[in-house]
Design a protein around this ligand. Structure first.
Ligand SMILES: [Zn+2]
Ligand SMILES: [Zn+2]
Ligand SMILES: [Zn+2]
Length: 165
């Protein structure tokens, strides 16, 4: 028996967690769908014994960013560099986790945030056009798990936007 934590959206911006004890993820998913049927299509991610096991941003969240945009994820330096350059400084020593391996089939990512996700007072958000560097898309130090690969290594996190293919 393992612990699976379901993170699901309760309205446009708030999420909640539910914990299920199951042998594997499909069983935990079935328990969630039976227990909270109204949230079965609002699942953001599942975190199991090995970290993030499933990542899904649902369009019905109505985040007001167009039909294709599934939300923001925060990724580590390695994931960001692999997306930008196809490699990173850690390639030769071996990665902690395979970069961007937590992005599910049927989804792709792009660097940066949707304009509406920038800070209220950000010049780029105000113009809805790139006007130069801002701090919105970088978190200089985070201890949270990377949402691109599942790594727990502390450090910088960069914003990426998740899209359905
Ligand atoms: Zn690498
Ligand atoms: Zn900004
Ligand atoms: Zn990563």
């Amino acid at each position: 028996m393992s612990e699976y934590v379901c993170h699901y959206l309760t309205d446009a911006v708030h999420s909640a967690r539910a914990v299920y004890h199951a042998d594997e993820l499909p069983q935990a998913m079935a328990m969630h769908n039976a227990a909270l049927p109204e949230y079965r299509s609002k699942v953001l991610k599942w975190v199991g014994p090995t970290g993030i096991t499933f990542l899904m941003h649902d369009s019905t969240m109505t985040l007001n960013k167009g039909p294709e945009n599934y939300g923001t994820i925060w990724v580590c330096q390695d994931c960001m560099l692999h997306d930008a350059n196809g490699e990173c400084g850690g390639c030769h020593e071996g990665h902690d986790e395979e970069p961007l391996s937590a992005i599910g089939d049927g989804f792709h990512v792009a660097m940066g945030l949707a304009w509406d996700e920038h800070a209220e007072d950000c010049h780029n958000r105000a113009e809805r056009e790139w006007r130069g560097e801002c701090d919105c898309e970088t978190n200089t130090f985070s201890t949270s798990q990377c949402e691109g690969c599942g790594s727990y290594l502390h450090g910088e996190r960069h914003a990426m936007t998740l899209f359905r293919n």
